[in-house]
Design a protein around this ligand. Structure first.
Ligand code: CTP
Length: 406
């Protein structure tokens, strides 16, 4: 575990299989998460996806031979500087060469110099995967501490099906990043609400708010990376927030109204360890909803009557909860001191175990922008702070939540 994410230096080896094109998505996902990626294809891999593609996507030079580095020791420098190594797809030939400790191209030479975690994602025909030579090579590599993923089962290059498919790029990326992320939420079940609830006035109009769902999505992703099984209760989150939350361990459940969110919270917190209410919940809803579009000439009301919605956070916090830790957010406006004072009284009122207070308005807080939260306990006492990008805030919040889990 060399350093905390993001900003890892990742080496991505690509070998010559038809699935090489899928490695393109691994480069993109890693870059989007803020990591540096150096691609080392084999000569055969370049038959499938060319050098310009790898260079353009990674923003780094691409070499396949040890003789291309100006100093002749490129592979040693590359291997030593890596925080994480992924080979995807890894052909039967690569597994054999790595198991034998061969050093006949830049990729295998580099594999002999790395000290970081290594993940290999094999892809080949079923017969090759099940051949005793490959089985023995995989066993050898695993006995040395290399993570070798099992290939997926399914349609292969031709008409054949069976084990041998490259796992999906998101699964490979998640498994690789898990090797360099503390798994302090392993075995935990986490529920995060995100976005903003909408209360319909008629079939086309609603009362809502500006929440994009980014903070909640980032919290869900960070929990999944740290080993949790996550349910993301998504109240009309942006498409980009939905993309942020993409992880094999995040299940997204879409909701619209506060009543739907309340029901989903009840269902999904049963047996869960943590509920984080990051959603901006509509406090009021129209007393009645027109079942046809309200027309401006006939039926437009002068006044919309509102009724109060249940407070989901306070309700869950107040009832017996069988070990469920409850975390709320408080979005407030005003000066720093006003925001904190409002946060303190909200913490006492809501009864959540933790309340993350942040200032909103003037472009702060909403959307994918920098953020800062002060975390209070149920008595309003400050227990910590987290600031920076939404990812930094998510990391800081989980750092405060984890030690409080039963
Ligand atoms: N919340 C909730 N149910 C509601 C309103 C809010 O569960 N009906 C949760 C939010 O998800 C958040 C916390 O309560 O975690 C605080 O939300 P916020 O909108 O800041 O507070 P309100 O209770 O709406 O109080 P006020 O409008 O007075 O600021």
């Amino acid at each position: 575990m060399n350093r905390r994410q993001p900003g890892l230096r990742v080496l991505l080896g690509v070998t010559g299989g038809i699935a090489a094109y899928k490695a393109v998505f691994i480069v993109r996902a890693l870059r989007e998460a803020g990591h540096r990626v150096r691609v080392i294809p084999t000569e055969a891999a370049l038959e499938f996806v060319g050098r310009p593609t790898w260079e353009a996507l990674s923003g780094e030079p691409v070499t396949t031979s040890v003789f291309e580095g100006a100093t002749g020791v490129d592979h040693v420098a590359l291997g030593r500087s890596a925080d994480l190594v992924i080979v995807a797809p890894a052909t039967a030939d690569l597994l054999a060469r790595a198991a034998a400790g061969r050093a006949d191209d830049l990729l295998t030479t580099t594999l002999l110099t790395v000290t970081s975690p290594v993940l290999l994602a094999p892809a080949m025909h079923t017969e090759m995967w099940q051949h005793p030579a490959t089985v023995a090579n995989v066993a050898t590599l695993r006995s040395r501490g290399v993570t070798v993923l099992d290939p997926d089962s399914g349609r292969l290059t031709g008409a054949d099906t069976g084990p041998g498919r490259l796992p999906e790029p998101e699964a490979i990326t998640a498994a690789a990043l898990a090797l360099v992320t503390p798994q302090d939420l392993a075995g935990r079940r986490v529920v995060v609400s995100a976005g903003g609830t909408r209360e319909p006035l008629d079939p086309v109009r609603f009362l809502g708010n500006r929440s994009s769902g980014h903070q909640g999505a980032t919290l869900a992703l960070e929990a999944a990376r740290r080993g949790a099984e996550v349910t993301l209760l998504a109240a009309s989150i942006d498409a980009s927030a939905r993309e942020v939350a993409q992880h094999p361990a995040v299940e997204v459940v879409d909701v619209e109204t506060t009543a739907e969110l309340a029901a989903a919270v009840d269902t999904h917190t049963s047996g869960a360890d943590v509920l984080v209410m990051a959603a901006a919940v509509a406090d009021f809803r129209p007393a009645s909803t027109a079942d046809r579009k309200i027309k401006k000439d006939e039926s437009a009301p002068d006044v919309v009557h509102l009724v109060q919605n249940p407070d989901i956070l306070a309700t869950v916090a107040a009832r017996p909860r069988d070990g469920l830790l409850v975390v709320g957010f408080a979005a407030e406006t005003g000066t720093q001191e006003e925001v904190l004072e409002l946060g303190r009284s909200k913490a006492r009122r809501k009864g959540a175990d933790l309340l993350a207070v942040n200032a909103v308005g003037d472009g702060k807080g909403f959307g994918d922008v920098a953020n800062a939260v002060t975390v209070l306990d149920r008595d309003g006492a400050q227990v910590g702070q987290a600031a920076g990008s939404k990812q930094d805030v998510a990391r800081g919040l989980w750092d405060l939540i984890v030690p409080r889990l039963g």
